[in-house]
Design a protein around this ligand. Structure first.
Ligand SMILES: Cc1cc2nc3c(=O)[nH]c(=O)nc-3n(C[C@H](O)[C@H](O)[C@H](O)COP(=O)(O)O)c2cc1C
Length: 205
């Protein structure tokens, strides 16, 4: 098409870097803590992540390949989502290192673990919002022709929520105050948000 860089993803993007995750961006980060069957804590970031339902709240993330987080969730049925604020960026980044399953990534990143209330995996003590989740569905992704892909979508019902009091202003949760770190694209881009970029749009009746 004239004026467009058009390609079928299966044939390659033909660019210096795959644009896909720069296009669907910025994305919230699913910083997921789990426990292995042996009780070793694991923590890793997933930006193929989102909230999918209000009541009950259901969130999910996709693991490209059979990684420690999905292995642990399959074994225990539990995980915790931890909000990544800007100040926690370096620690979050440290937890994406590819390390053996017997390495506790809380210790690796110098993070304190706090006990959860209703699930066993710990939460990140310094994360200002954490959701305790129980696995509700585990889905292996497929191509349009039905062929299996080595990508696994874990969906969990949020059974307990912890919000730092200072993020609640006059009874309203203040997204800006949490300074969420958002994943851009390319090898290293992240974004954050500030008041000057706030837009308000009410829905048509
Ligand atoms: C910001 C960020 C987002 C990431 N998103 C994903 C993702 O959506 N899916 C994925 O499979 N890996 C993702 N990764 C890579 C994983 O974090 C990395 O493979 C990690 O070692 C997996 O840890 P685990 O084996 O302990 O689960 C991401 C890394 C970073 C830094």
């Amino acid at each position: 098409m004239n004026g467009f860089h058009s390609y079928a993803p299966g044939d390659g993007h033909g660019l210096a870097h795959d644009p896909l995750n720069s296009i669907v961006a910025p994305r919230p980060i699913g910083w997921i803590s789990t426990l292995s069957a042996d009780g070793i804590a694991n923590l890793a970031p997933y930006s193929f992540f989102n909230l999918f339902n209000y009541r009950p709240p259901i969130l999910g993330f996709a693991s490209t390949g059979w990684k420690d987080s999905v292995r642990n969730i399959q074994a225990t049925g539990e995980f915790v989502w931890n909000l990544v604020s800007e100040d926690l960026g370096p620690a979050m980044n440290a937890t994406c290192a590819s390390v053996p399953p017997d390495v506790d990534e809380f210790a690796l990143a110098g993070l304190e673990a706090a006990p959860s209330s209703v699930v066993k995996p710990p939460r990140v003590a310094t994360s200002k919002v954490t959701f305790e989740c129980r696995l509700s569905q585990f889905i292996r992704l497929q191509k349009a022709d039905g062929g299996d892909i080595d990508t696994w979508l874990a969906l969990g019902e949020v059974v307990m929520i912890h919000i730092a009091q200072d993020l609640i202003v006059d009874g309203v949760y203040d997204t800006l105050k949490s300074r969420p770190l958002l994943r851009g694209g390319g090898p290293a881009d992240y974004f954050t948000i500030d008041e000057s970029r706030r837009l308000r749009m009410t829905r048509p009746a």
